[in-house]
Design a protein around this ligand. Structure first.
Ligand SMILES: Nc1ncnc2c1ncn2[C@@H]1O[C@H](COP(=O)(O)OP(=O)(O)OP(=O)(O)O)[C@@H](O)[C@H]1O
Length: 296
């Protein structure tokens, strides 16, 4: 596989904080589908901005591509708002009439084409950007929360399009939606508070954070439950509840039995990218480092 991007000892400082501090080497090869994961403020957008040369950084970023080879979809994409959608499409994609009609139909842009860009909703703008980027057939794609603001049906349709159109390319996809990357990501890049928690293949991610399942319980179910009876079971906070991480089937049986005996409602999720992510966070909770203060 040809190298596309190598990152070594990357640091980004903002105000008096080190907001990105990746000591490990990250090597991305041609054809990789990289899922960039991490909670809000972990440094994902900062990493993409550093790669694209949009912000100052220390360390080395070796790029085997040029800006013209990149398709970029960010959360906010700047446009000339006074343009109409079809004018922008014609400008970016000089297609013949038939191909243009096909393009508009494929991306469900028919209802939007006569509108001013300034009148589009956030989700509609996102859909327009993605369609233009995907149709430009680039070598490397950077997506930052690509599907935020899209309704469920459009999200699935655009994801399917994204997967189809980028099949020959390299993709870095920042996302909070785990279903987006299931059966797609070949590599996982996971950040926490500006540090690298994991970079490697999907298989290695699963192996490093190996478990059988998680048993998930919502907070309201835990009000009258004494969690200490399960103190030997590793837990992760899911935001809406607690996940009990079960390393094997026997422990899953025990956990379920205890919860059942206490009338606690639960759900079971077999190991997947999401549960591995939960475990990775839980495993790193002990080394819960705050972002490093640096001298101005
Ligand atoms: N210009 C800035 N000055 C100070 N701090 C900044 C600046 N830009 C970003 N940060 C901080 O750096 C950290 C990483 O931000 P970043 O936008 O990269 O996070 P993220 O992982 O993309 O988060 P999200 O999932 O919310 O988009 C955050 O704590 C953010 O507040």
């Amino acid at each position: 596989m040809n190298p596309v991007l190598t990152i070594k000892g990357l640091q980004v400082k903002k105000s008096n904080q080190l907001i990105l501090d990746i000591k490990e080497e990250i090597a991305i090869s041609s054809g990789d589908n990289v899922a960039v994961l991490g909670e809000n403020g972990a440094g994902k957008t900062t990493l993409i901005n550093a790669i694209l040369g949009e912000i100052d950084f220390e360390g080395e970023i070796i790029k085997h591509f040029q800006k013209k080879d990149c398709g970029i979809v960010f959360q906010d994409n700047a446009y000339n708002d006074l343009m109409k959608v079809y004018e922008l499409i014609e400008l970016v994609l000089p297609l013949r009439k038939e191909a243009l009609t096909h393009f508009i139909e494929s991306y469900d842009l028919k209802d939007l084409k006569k509108k001013y860009i300034k009148d589009l909703s956030g989700g509609e703008k996102q859909r327009l950007t993605l369609s233009l980027v995907l149709e430009s057939e680039k070598n490397i794609y950077f997506f930052d929360e690509l599907t935020s603001g899209l309704d469920y049906k459009k999200r699935l349709a655009l994801l399917a399009m994204m997967k189809k159109k980028t099949i020959a390319g390299t993709v870095l996809n920042v996302t909070h939606y785990f279903d987006e990357i299931e059966n797609w990501a070949t590599k996982i890049l996971m950040l926490k508070q500006g540090k690298l928690i994991f970079f490697g293949s999907n298989e290695d991610f699963f192996a490093k954070f190996k478990h059988y399942s998680v048993v998930k319980v919502e907070y309201n179910q835990l009000e009258n439950f004494n969690k200490s009876v399960m103190e030997n079971v590793q837990t992760a906070d899911t935001g809406d509840g607690i996940a009990f991480i079960c390393p094997n089937h026997d422990i899953q049986v025990d956990v379920k039995k205890i919860l059942k005996n206490n009338d606690v409602v639960y759900s079971v999720i077999k190991q997947n990218v999401y549960t591995s992510y939960l475990m990775a966070y839980a495993a790193n909770e002990k080394s819960n480092h705050k972002m490093t203060e640096v001298k101005k």
